[in-house]
Design a protein. Structure first.
Length: 149
């Protein structure tokens, strides 16, 4: 099944959300790559931030509970009670991370760490959401014999 056929089973808001996450991730990774090559901060800070961000993104991706909507025959993502709590915690993290990280890291490495965390978070969200979508489509036997792995 091609990506185009795959997307016909997805809610348009979910597709837009995944595209935004992917665009932010790509931009951040390009900035990180440029800054590492320019010597502004080390690759270890960048990789560490990306790995931590992957973990955060995996946890935060639970914010939207994925399910199958029989009326539209689409996979949809909705915020439930647990998702709302996760959203509040995630927003707190987003708005305070610079403040708290600045206790340990200063200057360009702080910028690199923030960009790396953001890129990793977006990557984790995209990967976990895609895995959830595939699981739902497999459950409904909509992927056929081919898989999008």
């Amino acid at each position: 099944m091609s990506k185009k056929q795959f997307s016909k089973y997805l809610d348009q808001r979910l597709i837009k959300r995944l595209r935004i996450y992917t665009m932010v991730m790509v931009v951040m990774l390009l900035v990180i790559l440029y800054e590492v090559l320019a010597g502004t901060f080390s690759i270890s800070w960048a990789l560490g931030g990306i790995l931590i961000g992957l973990g955060i993104g995996t946890l935060v991706s639970r914010m939207y509970r994925l399910s199958w909507d029989d009326e539209t025959s689409n996979v949809i993502g909705q915020i439930d009670g647990i998702g709302a709590i996760i959203l509040i915690c995630y927003l707190f993290f987003v708005f305070t991370r610079t403040h708290y990280l600045s206790y340990w890291v200063h200057g360009p490495p702080l910028m690199g760490l923030i960009f790396s965390l953001t890129a990793g978070t977006m990557m984790g969200r995209v990967m976990t959401t895609e895995r959830g979508i595939k699981r739902i489509l497999r459950t409904w036997n909509l992927l056929g014999d081919e898989h999008l792995d």
